[in-house]
Design a binder for this molecule. Structure first.
Ligand code: HEM
Length: 398
């Protein structure tokens, strides 16, 4: 009886069903679209893809800028099934970023299923909407960053790395046209990673070697050095790929990510890269835990955020915990530590690199400001711009 029913259900019935489902889906989609609250101007969305089809041929930011020109200071788009309002004027944004618990806009970024699949929503700080877990992670993030030993160490590492970078620039010669964006991304990548984990990942050396190898058409390193740098380069690239991939999980819903040609393949590669990156970060946490366990209590430990996380609320903790909140008194798990490290690396690399580039760009456009800055450096560093900057100098800089 059942067999008969199935066999009499032919291809044409499946097509009819698909057509009926599609009509229901499209009708529902446009019903919601046309009856939405407070409609704003914006590109007309299509079912499934929303506004994403309009982005084809643009970078994400250029696309938003072009929509700003067309639709004004406040417009809406639909990405991954979510309605997003884009604000392009500071005073429209100002009342959303009040540091108050009474604000209507407490959730800064919804945890979409895309972000969860890509592994950074729900862990760490920046994309953690679980208030209790956010507060816990945030407490140790702030504590690690405000430890004076870590700050001294960070300044020493910054001086050291900047000198290393400058020596490469000198080797490349005066004719070399420096791509500041690329160098600064490498610089902040290596700095943030070192501060977060204590591990040097050679992002700058890798970039320099790539440049000289392509200039001379030959590799000047031995096999062991090559292997080490290749390992570092894979890691740096996996981080860059991870950040570039965020937009796929922001823009496209699960259906598009899993089914659309080109996008599906790219998403598969991004998820493979994510697994590689996360494995490496977890391994760093595990290895450091073992190192700390094997270090006698009377021997001091290196100062980095990872060490601070692992030792928090253990007999090795160097911080006096003032918090009476019982929830904050337990040690951190590997997953919590991993989330905080991922946040620092994701939150601190592009932001800091762009920040340095913008400063340099602006200083070149405002020579009078550049001159004042130079005078201030001369005063604080007593006309010796070659000596390493100290913690005290930073305090004196206005
Ligand atoms: C000039 C460089 C930087 C800029 C312009 C910048 C910008 C921002 C902004 C605007 C936010 C708020 C985002 C929101 O509320 O949705 C934020 C949050 C955050 N940033 Fe940065 N950031 C910079 C450097 C860093 C660095 C170096 C780190 C890590 C060491 C970092 C880690 C974080 C974290 C963890 C959050 C989330 C804080 C929370 O939710 O409590 N940022 N950043």
């Amino acid at each position: 009886m059942i067999t008969t029913t199935i066999s009499s259900f032919g291809i044409s019935d499946i097509i009819s069903l698909l057509i009926v489902f599609s009509i229901i889906y499209v009708t529902r989609f446009y019903y919601h679209y046309f009856t939405r609250h407070n409609p704003l101007p914006g590109p007309f969305p299509l079912p499934i893809v929303g506004s994403a089809y309009q982005q084809i041929g643009y970078g994400f930011n250029d696309w938003l800028l072009s929509l700003h020109k067309k639709y004004g200071d406040m417009y809406e788009i639909i990405l991954a099934g979510q309605r997003l309002i884009v604000l392009c004027k500071p005073d429209l944004i100002e009342n959303m970023i009040l540091p108050s618990t009474k604000t209507k806009y407490s959730i800064r970024q919804p945890n979409t299923e895309g972000f969860v699949e890509y592994g950074f929503a729900g862990v760490g700080i920046a994309f953690n909407n679980d208030h209790k877990s956010w507060k816990y992670n945030r407490q140790f993030f702030t504590q690690a960053l405000s430890t004076s030993n870590l700050n001294y160490q960070a300044i020493e590492w910054t001086n050291e790395l900047w000198n290393e970078m400058e020596s490469y620039w000198n080797n490349l010669g005066e004719d070399y046209e420096l791509n500041l964006t690329k160098w600064m991304h490498r610089f902040t990548n290596e700095m943030i990673f070192r501060i977060s984990t204590g591990v040097k990942n050679d992002a700058i050396t890798c970039y320099y070697n790539m440049l000289i190898s392509s200039n001379n058409n030959k590799n000047l390193l031995n096999e062991k050095e090559n292997e080490k740098l290749k390992n570092s380069e894979n890691f740096v690239e996996s981080l860059e790929t991870y950040m570039e991939g965020l937009i796929y999980f922001y823009t496209f819903n699960k259906f598009i990510r899993n089914n659309f040609p080109f996008i599906r393949g790219k998403v598969k590669k991004l998820l493979k890269n994510k697994d590689y990156l996360f494995d490496r970060l977890y391994n760093i946490v595990k290895e450091r835990r073992i190192e700390i366990e094997n270090t006698p209590l009377d021997q001091p430990l290196r100062h980095d955020m990872l060490t601070s996380y692992i030792t928090a609320n253990t007999p090795r903790d160097i911080n006096v915990v003032k918090q009476a909140d019982a929830d904050l008194l337990r040690p951190m798990t590997d997953k919590e530590i991993f989330g905080n490290i991922l946040d620092a690396v994701l939150g601190g690399t592009d932001t800091a690199a762009n920040f340095i580039c913008f400063i340099i760009y602006s200083l070149e456009h405002y020579p009078e400001v550049k001159q004042r800055l130079r005078q201030e450096f001369d005063r604080v560093l007593e006309n010796d711009l070659t000596r390493p900057i100290t913690y005290k100098d930073l305090d004196k800089l206005e």
